[in-house]
Design a protein. Sequence first.
Length: 100
Amino acid sequence: MSKPLALNSIVKASKDHVDGAMDQEMVLLNMKDGMYYGLNTAATFIWEQLQKPIAVASIRNALVKTYAVDPARCEADLLALLRELKTVNLIEIVEHEPGS
């Protein structure tokens, strides 16, 4: 059984998508279900981080630094977005860092 998505999860974008930039936003086409997804500026920033395996905590830290957002709110919103992206198979959990 796989572990749930958490701050210690290492995640990355799946290969089953096509993406394209439009202004400062991103549009994703999920090749598995043919659905399009639009990402706002902050979600596009997150998507760019997901192009290589990265810890969820590292994404959170980059968001807090870049957008000067409350860390707790940022963490909750980030985990919600990543769970949604995982549900539609646009990201995958690569592994979990030990000790967290």
